[in-house]
Design a protein around this ligand. Structure first.
Ligand code: ATP
Length: 290
């Protein structure tokens, strides 16, 4: 009797874990193109299986059996973006933990005040802007889609406003801030992959969220339409109620002092995993940027 009870509890436990895993997986993949493709493949597969069973098509049945062996590879290929994103999130969480451990000893990042002044002006003039602040993960591949300008980000902030001034050659696209300089302008960022977000937001906001999904960049958007300032981070977009809220949020997100910020001196397995996930972005230590 006790043994039977134990087996029932064990089975319920197993079912619970599997259900939770399945639910988490579906939530992660909800709205992605991969899930639509996989569902179509499964439906086609089920249809063919039924046909082979009813019509007794032995060759087709044999081929379908063999194709099952390739299923894991097909799933890997279809979900390569999602897998990359999951591994990126793991690596970002790890890097953030490192960052928070050392945060106590540092000063406020001077970028916070500069960016607040810039975005306040852009917002008041309703000048649309997209500003990606590079963190640990290199934005080289995204910067290269635009023009490398490598100009210092000065407190008088006129250059950023000039770049985003409608009609100038580089006003389309985003800029990449690396340390205390404007590294590139006119860059094309990847668009967000979540269908529900895409249908509710314009391209500039989609590009901000898209980049923040694939990297640990902090991406600021100023809306041309409303002047609202939003921050995309870790795949989430948050619109600020006012400039003070923006200031507070930036202070929380930006490493206090870039020069003292922890560097990836040696590769740990977790960083290696993250680097694999974002190999498109060429995850590097800061050394290659200097
Ligand atoms: N992939 C991209 N990467 C970077 N910038 C982009 C990208 N796609 C569009 N943009 C920028 O977004 C601008 C168009 O923004 P759109 O009006 O569609 O977006 P929005 O999110 O509604 O922003 P806004 O509130 O400012 O109107 C383009 O002129 C271009 O500068």
């Amino acid at each position: 009797m006790r043994d039977q009870l134990f087996v029932i509890i064990r089975n319920l436990f197993e079912i619970g874990i599997l259900a939770a895993l399945f639910y988490l997986l579906l939530r992660l993949l909800r709205g992605t193109r991969g899930l639509v493709m996989l569902s179509s493949i499964f439906m086609l597969f089920a249809l063919l299986q039924t046909a082979t069973f009813i019509l007794d098509l032995s060759v087709l049945s044999w081929i379908l059996q063999k194709m099952l062996y390739f299923m894991p590879f097909i799933v890997l290929i279809i979900f390569q973006n999602e897998i990359r994103r999951i591994l990126t999130v793991i690596s970002i969480q790890y890097l953030r933990m490192q960052h928070w451990q050392k945060r106590g000893q540092m000063l406020e990042n001077p970028l916070v005040k500069i960016l607040c002044d810039i975005c306040d002006n852009l917002s008041q003039n309703s000048t649309g802007a997209l500003i990606a602040i590079e963190q640990k993960i290199s934005l080289n591949s995204h910067a290269e889609t635009g023009k490398i300008i490598n100009a210092p980000l000065l407190p008088d902030n006129s250059l950023v406003e000039t770049i985003f001034y409608s009609g100038t050659p580089l006003h389309d696209g985003g800029i990449v801030i690396r340390k205390d300089s404007i590294y590139a302008a006119g860059c094309v960022f990847p668009l967000c992959e979540k269908e529900d977000f895409r249908s509710a937001h314009g391209m500039r906001h989609q590009a901000a969220v898209g980049l923040s999904e694939q990297t640990d960049a902090i991406v600021i958007v100023v809306s041309e339409e409303t002047g609202a300032i939003s921050i995309a981070f870790n795949g989430h977009l948050r619109t600020m109620g006012n400039i003070d809220q923006f200031h507070q949020q930036l202070k929380v997100l930006l490493p206090p002092e870039p020069a003292l910020a922890p560097r990836i001196a040696s590769w740990s397995p977790m960083q290696w995993l993250g680097a694999l996930a974002i190999k498109k972005n060429k995850t590097v230590t800061d050394d290659s940027k200097e």
